[in-house]
Design a protein around this ligand. Structure first.
Ligand SMILES: [Zn+2]
Length: 316
């Protein structure tokens, strides 16, 4: 069991990191964001070979070609769909060509040949490539940040998009504003061949998952893991090992997954956060991962599932 807390045990043969198997993690766009300017954004809009990710009320627009869904559209298609080009942003390049992201004017029904699917259903459908799932999440996180940060936090004036969408700047006080994302620690606490999972009241019936919580200012990742586990379950944690991370575009979180070694085992649950919290044996976990019985883990698109799956695989 001591080997479980050696990081390399998590990696599959040939993999550079364990994040590769997480949904929203296969982003291959070349961002070059440090060097992008407003002129680059304008040029991208004029480039007939540019392609766009589009969103209707937060749901990516798709066009089916057989079983596969296309998620990149020409400027002509985007215009016909009512694209909000004024607030569009430049995400990066794919094979040397610009990829933009923009919202369309909200509609209940898209024109024939187009549809939209909320982000979670899109991932579960398997109809979109992992690379495009990731760049769609990337685009939505940035567009959401712009939509919610129109005004300067320093002086209250309306700020402007700069760096092709990777920053905002206030024309009055010149303060630059950087895109926000929120780090969340998510951890599976391990005690030999059992692990600790909890359920929140809003979870689907029978679902148990890893504990999780926002990392707070002044805190390390490991410190946040130990604090959350102590607060939610009353369990002391010794070793903490990073496993993988996952951009989670609802709207702009970074989930940071860890394994935590239990240094105590008696649970004192925080009933304001959790409805139940208990130890599960490896055998129970194996059944839960099939998601076909009453008790189940979260679905594979969630990093929690991947942490639980790794625990099961490594302890076998
Ligand atoms: Zn300002």
């Amino acid at each position: 069991m001591s080997s479980f807390f050696e990081e390399t045990v998590f990696l599959k043969a040939g993999a550079n990191d364990a994040s590769e198997r997480n949904a929203f993690s296969a982003n291959r766009l070349v961002r070059n964001s440090e060097h992008l300017s407003s002129e680059d954004l304008a040029k991208a809009w004029d480039n007939p070979d540019a392609r766009l990710h589009l969103y209707n009320m937060g749901a990516p627009v798709l066009a089916y070609d057989g079983d596969r869904a296309r998620t990149l559209f020409t400027l002509q298609e985007a215009t016909a769909l009512g694209c909000d080009s004024e607030n569009g942003i430049y995400l990066g390049d794919s094979e040397g060509l610009p990829v933009l992201a923009a919202k369309i004017a909200p509609v209940e029904e898209l024109p024939s040949g187009y549809t939209c699917l909320d982000m979670r259903s899109m991932v579960v459908s398997g109809d979109v490539t992992p690379e495009e799932v990731a760049s769609l999440g990337h685009g939505w996180s940035l567009l959401s940040w712009h939509a919610n940060n129109q005004f300067c936090a320093n002086c209250g004036q309306k700020s402007q998009i700069i760096q092709a969408g990777y920053r905002r700047k206030c024309p009055a006080c010149e303060r630059e504003h950087f895109p926000r994302f929120d780090p969340v620690s998510i951890m599976l606490v391990v005690d030999g061949d059992r692990c600790l999972m909890g359920r929140q009241p809003h979870f689907n019936p029978g679902m148990y998952s890893c504990l999780a919580g926002f990392i707070e200012p002044g805190e390390t990742l490991e410190g946040a893991v130990r604090r959350e586990v102590l607060e939610e379950a009353g369990i002391q944690v010794s070793a903490v090992r990073y496993h993988s991370s996952q951009p989670w575009p609802f709207p702009h979180t970074l989930m940071i997954g860890c394994f935590a070694k239990a240094a105590s085992t008696a649970i004192t649950m925080d009933a304001t956060e959790l409805e139940d919290c208990r130890w599960f044996s490896r055998a129970e976990v194996g059944v839960m991962l099939t998601r076909e019985q009453d008790l189940k883990t979260p679905p594979p698109m969630a990093i929690a599932h991947q942490l639980i799956r790794t625990f099961y695989d490594v302890t076998g």
